[in-house]
Ligand binder design. Structure first.
Ligand SMILES: O=C(O)CCC(=O)C(=O)O
Ligand SMILES: [Fe+2]
Length: 234
């Protein structure tokens, strides 16, 4: 998958899908099925796959810690059986003088979880919880940004909120970033019963992740301030 997005004129995106094999993932920390693409004839897969494997381990480590804190490890293991990952490589070119410096509009991710990596060129900004300021992320070769997507918020009954973020291209250097996004396939995601009580009434109906993404691309989904709430909120 490769191409330019009309909404983000100065970006070019490549995607690489990797698949966790459900049965093996029980005995191995991470396992993969086949890769689905080559990049413009170049076999891009080895390095990208090695990178993905590493980041998938990080994703699962973080999610196991999070689910342990909430006492929902078994529920997470069930989701893991049907998790697939998308590695996205994004190139942001330097905008020309008559273009805006916006690289990606403010958004929350439609994934379950996202892990972002950028070595040295700034641009990613994260909105503060009060919604009044943007924090500029200082990139480093040894750090990763782990962010919840909309689907994680629904799964945790609103406990873990996705952060609104954007990319602004300043300066004269082009920027490459890598994002690994997790998606839950072929399973209705339900709030674990451990996360529902009198103080925390059920906020989301069971829903399918891919159906949610489909909804997001409808007119109603695009117009909604919080599409996940519009789609399956109670
Ligand atoms: O390039 C970045 O740092 C952020 C990318 C991003 O937010 C996305 O792909 O959803
Ligand atoms: Fe994002």
């Amino acid at each position: 998958m490769s191409g330019k997005s009309p909404s983000y004129p100065c970006t070019k995106v490549w995607g690489l899908r990797t698949q966790i094999l459900a049965k093996e993932s029980r005995s191995l920390p991470v396992s993969y099925g086949h890769l689905e693409m080559t990049l413009s004839g170049i076999n891009f897969s080895d390095t990208a796959l090695e990178f993905s494997k590493f980041v998938v381990k990080l994703d699962q480590l973080v999610m196991r810690m999070v689910s342990e804190v909430y006492g929902i490890e078994n529920n997470y293991e069930t989701l893991l059986d049907t998790t697939s990952y998308l590695l996205r490589l994004i190139k942001y070119r330097v905008p020309s003088k008559d273009e805006t410096s916006l690289g990606i509009v403010p958004h929350t991710d439609k994934s379950f979880m996202s892990i972002l990596h950028q070595r040295q060129v700034q641009g990613l900004e994260i909105k503060t919880k009060n919604g009044e300021n943007w924090i500029l992320v200082d990139p480093s070769p040894s750090s990763f940004i782990v962010m919840a997507g909309d689907v994680c918020m629904a799964w945790t009954n609103g406990r873990i909120e996705p952060s609104t973020h954007r990319v602004i291209m300043k300066g004269s250097e082009e920027r490459y970033s890598l994002g690994l996004f997790s998606f839950i396939k072929d399973l209705k995601i339900q709030v674990p019963e451990e996360l529902v009580d009198d103080e925390h009434p059920l906020q989301y109906k069971p829903f399918g992740h891919y159906e949610y993404i489909h909804f997001y691309y409808t007119e109603e989904g695009r117009k909604s301030k919080c599409p996940i709430k519009t789609y399956c909120g109670i």
